[in-house]
Design a protein. Structure first.
Lengths: 222, 302, 91
């Protein structure tokens, strides 16, 4: 909040209404209300891309797939915050194991000459598979192993999205969408372009702010 | 008649040799990367009576010298477990579900429900009075319900794996873990350790989570007496105790050597098939050999 | 025998249950599955019955995703096609 206020040149007292969302939404002392992460991501994504019908949100420890109607209402959604597969945590673990920084993994994976299949769906078992690939002789290029890792995350997300019924356009939000390797893998799987906001990480907060504005606006007109 | 069963698991491999269905010898080794060498090494361990993982033998074996035995002496060999398709000298491969059921039934003749948890999987099996499978359920996709979870816990808590069970029993405070995902549970445990929570309490909380998971799996096939636990998890008194508590005091029977149930079942299937083959061969001998249908007046000279 | 193929992970239970005593090996479920998840096999008791292919046993949440949408009450084609009611999904 301080950082945002500083950038906007505003003070907290000037903010009319605050809505919080996400896992820690109940622990924001200056928020007047809370909203679910799914509704906020849907709202934020629709605001940025009114043509969106499927939102795939991938965060550090959770992911969700949301299908929207033409007027931005949630028709179906499915989320997961209990199983690490298909979330940023896998990238985190692989980043440490392969000693490639999180910020560079995506770009590195684009240099792949082939991909390595990772058959385990579980992050823990997949880690062991990656270890065995790393130790293969003749050695497999790191970029190819990275490509396999990105493909495996996208496979999980794709499965989730199929449950809500994927329809174009598809927007990806959440921190993991900043990874160009993930976007490449998803576009390859979909056979279509994926829309990504300029700052995918703020979409939830954007949606919450839009809700706050909407509700505040209704109150003022009464 | 000698028969052999080989069970290749993710962590350990067992080889069991039966003589006419009686336990003659067994061996237990760590699973190596090369399947052929691994299976031969397991046979060597059985022949020379070596348990390389747990050291001492916990079952009475006949006082016979088995060191002269060879693979060629076996009437039939069945392989099972993860490597069941890569044992080159096996005559047949049978699923680990059926072999575990048969093996547990040999150890505990009245068994009805089996829980088996190995390094990378967890199985619930119901058997009938003949040791045949009537229902089964298996999870080998998620580390959270397997021995792998226990290994991860032991590493975080910094205790040897055999100790986490007994130490979890010393817990005095309940710490709930709201997910069975090993990745999330691991971060929660690390955070708790930093906050100063006791090892016993953290271990008890994790054992509670995994027991709840195991029970949910078992309930799908139904739990009835006699209840047998096999696989590495049988040696974790913390999990065994919690599962028994949740079953309202139904006691679990733990075979003397829970890790050999799969290989033993495989060796029993081998015995069935060897006997069937022998019976087929005998009837073929009677019917196909020429001139054996003796004419009643054979003795008369024309 | 009641065969539960699949897995449970922290996000739920995903099993396809096939009752091999009721299954008559007609192969219809194998044919209608758009992802080829099912196959006819000879089991350890030497009966020909339907089973989930080995490659799919750890992927059911994904392979069955298109047939099991959230919020709709349609039956997946495999269950609909079985005249013996021998197959069911756990989620």
């Amino acid at each position: 909040m301080e950082e945002a206020l500083r950038q906007a040149g505003l003070k907290l007292e000037e903010i009319k209404s605050v809505i919080s969302t996400g896992t820690g939404r109940k622990r924001v002392p200056f928020a007047q209300k809370q909203r679910t992460a799914m509704s906020c991501h849907a709202k934020g994504a629709y605001f940025l891309f009114p043509q969106v019908r499927t939102v795939i949100d991938v965060g550090a420890e959770s992911s969700a797939a949301i299908r929207l109607s033409a007027d931005g209402k949630i028709e179906d959604s499915v989320g997961n915050d209990k199983c690490a597969a298909g979330t940023g945590i896998f990238l985190d673990a692989m980043s440490r194991m392969l000693r490639v920084s999180l910020g560079e993994m995506g770009a590195e994976s684009l240099k792949a000459t082939g991909t390595v299949p990772i058959s385990s769906m579980c992050v823990i078992f997949a880690e062991s598979e990656v270890v065995s690939h790393v130790h293969k002789d003749p050695p497999i290029p790191c970029a190819n192993i990275l490509a396999g890792i990105h493909d495996s995350i996208v496979d999980r997300l794709f499965g989730m999205a199929q449950r809500v019924g994927m329809e174009p356009e598809v927007v990806m939000t959440g921190g993991v969408s900043k990874n160009v390797g993930i976007i490449r893998a998803m576009e390859s799987k979909l056979g279509a372009k994926v829309l990504v906001p300029e700052d995918p990480q703020i979409v939830g907060a954007l949606g919450a702010a839009l809700f706050a504005q909407q509700e505040n606006g209704i109150r003022e007109s009464c | 008649m000698l028969t052999m069963g080989i069970d290749i698991g993710s962590r350990s491999t067992q080889c069991v040799i039966l003589e006419d269905g009686q336990l003659l010898t067994y061996g237990n080794i760590e699973t190596g990367p090369n399947s052929t060498e691994n299976s031969r090494a397991a046979v060597e361990a059985a022949i020379h009576r070596r348990d390389e993982l747990w050291g001492e033998y916990r079952m009475q074996l006949p006082n016979t010298d088995t060191s002269h035995l060879r693979i060629e002496d076996m009437a039939y060999i069945v392989a099972t477990g993860y490597g069941r398709v890569v044992v080159p000298f096996a005559n047949a491969n049978i699923t680990e579900i059926s072999c575990h059921a048969r093996g547990a039934h040999w150890f505990v003749p009245g068994v009805s429900t089996i829980l088996d948890m190995g390094g990378q999987d967890c199985k619930g099996i119901r058997v009938n009075e003949r040791g045949e499978v009537t229902k089964f359920i298996m999870n080998d996709k998620c580390a959270g319900g397997t021995g792998r979870f226990m290994e991860i816990i032991a590493a975080i808590i910094q205790l040897p794996l055999p100790e986490i069970g007994p130490i979890s029993l010393e817990s005095t405070k309940k710490i709930p873990f709201n997910t069975i995902c090993a990745v999330f549970a691991k971060s929660e445990a690390v955070a708790l350790m930093k906050d100063g929570a006791s090892k016993a309490d953290i271990l008890a909380g994790l054992h509670e989570a995994i027991s709840a998971r195991v029970l949910a799996l078992l309930k799908r096939v139904g739990i009835e007496e006699k209840f047998v636990i096999t696989g590495g998890i049988a040696k974790n008194v913390g999990v065994v105790r919690k599962v028994e508590d949740k079953l309202g005091g139904l006691k679990a029977t733990i075979p003397a050597e829970p890790q050999i149930a799969g290989a033993l079942g495989a060796a029993l299937f081998a015995l069935d098939r060897a006997r069937k083959k022998a019976a087929e061969n005998t009837s073929r001998t009677i019917c196909s050999a020429p001139g054996k249908e003796a004419a009643p007046d054979q003795g008369l000279i024309p | 025998m009641e065969a539960n193929y699949g897995y449970c992970d922290a996000s739920g239970d995903y099993f396809i249950v096939i009752n091999t005593d009721d299954c008559d090996g007609c192969n219809r479920c194998v044919e209608v599955c758009p992802q080829s998840v099912l196959a006819l096999v000879v089991d350890d008791y030497e009966e020909t019955v339907a089973a989930v292919g080995e490659a799919f046993r750890k992927k059911l949440k994904e392979s069955c995703a298109a047939c099991k949408p959230v919020g709709k009450r349609l039956l997946p084609p495999c269950i609909e096609s079985c005249a013996m009611n021998a197959i069911s999904h756990s989620w």
